[in-house]
Design a protein around this ligand. Structure first.
Ligand code: ZN
Length: 407
């Protein structure tokens, strides 16, 4: 290496901390803060510097950069299951047929934007090849969207033999996937029976684990859920037909459970005319969807009683549901009776752990990324406060502020 280049690098390394240390801290004051792990800090002062949280204390005399008194601070919300590419197209229908790639990616960008404005600073997309470019655009720090993880392409029963599945998993990793998605059962609109064999599930989750990737399994039937938990898959989504036995097995084995009870089915029914006639969205499918709502509610109430079961917050948001992700949390508290503090922890610190990012996001604590939102009201007393997100910061950068900025 050329000597002057070496000197320049040495200078950069020496100067970088000095330059960083000169950034002015940002101070946020609020009525209270919920730290994502269960602690409530009244009269909260949160200090942010260089995109990280420096401190969260009660009181404090520093004049605030952002005066959010009257509001409640929370960690940026996390949704472990969205379909960021899914949208209503130009004819108002839930299909992207006939679109150019440029049109499709702009719809996805719009979904990313409304999701961030709704207070979700990290989402896991399950998943589309379009996500890769949107993820990159957001990571460049200009385009406003949530931090995005994606599975790109899923594994299903037709992917092939266990060996072919392992090869496919390696290909998806090379393409930049953050996790592997499996379709291990049919859609709930088709009854939800197991589709992948146990050996196929073992191959997909085993290879993902060997490559250092997490695995997320779509499963409704208890046999598919059981096979996924035994195969060491990271998480099981949906689980509408879960038995107590399989829920206990998941708790014992530490398998994350992501039921979707409050938004996805309701959204399909609200937008029935826009979905009807596309794929398995036929009249029979809608009957299954309608029957599924009370079934999933009953299942969720049983899941709440299984101790140490890790209930993460994912919505399965598709066309019509983006930006309404918090409805899942509201439903879990208002209709299913989950404690607000548990539901909020599920959408923040627990979700961060489920994404393998528990040391960086999901809680308001020193050295965590400054992903911070403020809501109008106290969500621990009135969970619908989550519908009133007035401040959004991600990595120390403010993307939304309806509060007063002090001079
Ligand atoms: Zn999904």
């Amino acid at each position: 290496m050329h000597r002057s280049l070496v000197l320049a690098l040495v200078w950069l390394v020496m100067m970088a901390p000095v330059a960083a240390a000169q950034e002015q801290p940002i101070t946020i004051k609020a009525q209270s803060a919920f730290d994502g792990r269960g602690r409530i800090v009244p009269n909260a002062t949160l200090v942010v510097k260089n995109g990280k949280i420096v401190s969260l204390t009660s009181g404090g005399v520093t004049p605030a950069t952002y005066d959010l008194r009257g509001l409640t601070l929370l960690p940026g919300l996390i949704d472990t299951h969205v379909h960021l590419d899914a949208h209503f197209g130009r004819d108002g229908r839930a299909t992207s047929q006939g679109e150019t790639p440029a049109q499709s990616i702009l719809y996805e960008a719009e979904n990313a934007y409304v999701t961030l404005m709704a207070g979700f600073t990290t989402v896991q997309s399950i998943g589309s090849p379009l996500d890769v470019e949107v993820r990159g655009a957001i990571a460049r720090g200009v385009f406003p969207g949530p931090r995005l993880l994606t599975s790109i392409r899923p594994v299903n029963e037709n992917t092939g033999t266990p060996d072919q599945i392992r090869a496919f998993v390696r290909t998806v990793k090379t393409a930049g996937a953050d996790l592997i998605k499996l379709f291990a059962s049919k859609s709930i609109r088709e009854g939800g029976a197991q589709t992948m064999t146990d050996a196929q599930i073992q191959a997909a989750c085993g290879e993902a684990t060997a490559l250092g990737l997490r695995s997320w399994v779509h499963a409704h039937s208890p046999t598919a859920m059981r096979a996924a938990s035994l195969a060491g898959c990271t998480a099981i989504a949906h689980g509408s037909q879960a038995t107590d036995d399989v829920l206990k097995l998941m708790a014992e084995r530490g398998t994350y459970f992501e039921p979707n009870i409050g938004l996805v089915s309701q959204n399909y029914l609200e937008n029935k005319a826009r979905y009807l006639g596309i794929g398995n969205f036929d009249e029979e499918g809608f009957r299954y969807t309608e029957k599924g709502i009370p079934m999933k509610l009953e299942m969720f109430k049983r899941a709440l009683k299984v101790s140490v079961l890790k209930l993460v917050m994912g919505t399965d948001a598709g066309a019509g549901a983006h930006g309404r992700n918090a409805e899942e949390i509201i439903y879990r508290v208002q209709i299913a009776g989950q404690r607000a503090a548990d539901a909020l922890a599920g959408a923040t610190s627990l979700n961060a752990h489920a994404l393998g990012m528990g040391d960086r996001i999901g809680s308001l604590a020193t050295d965590m990324n400054a992903d911070i939102i403020a809501v109008d009201g106290d969500p621990l007393k009135d969970i619908t406060a989550l519908r009133r997100v007035v401040f959004v910061m991600r990595d120390g950068r403010v993307y939304k502020n309806a509060g007063r900025r002090q001079p």
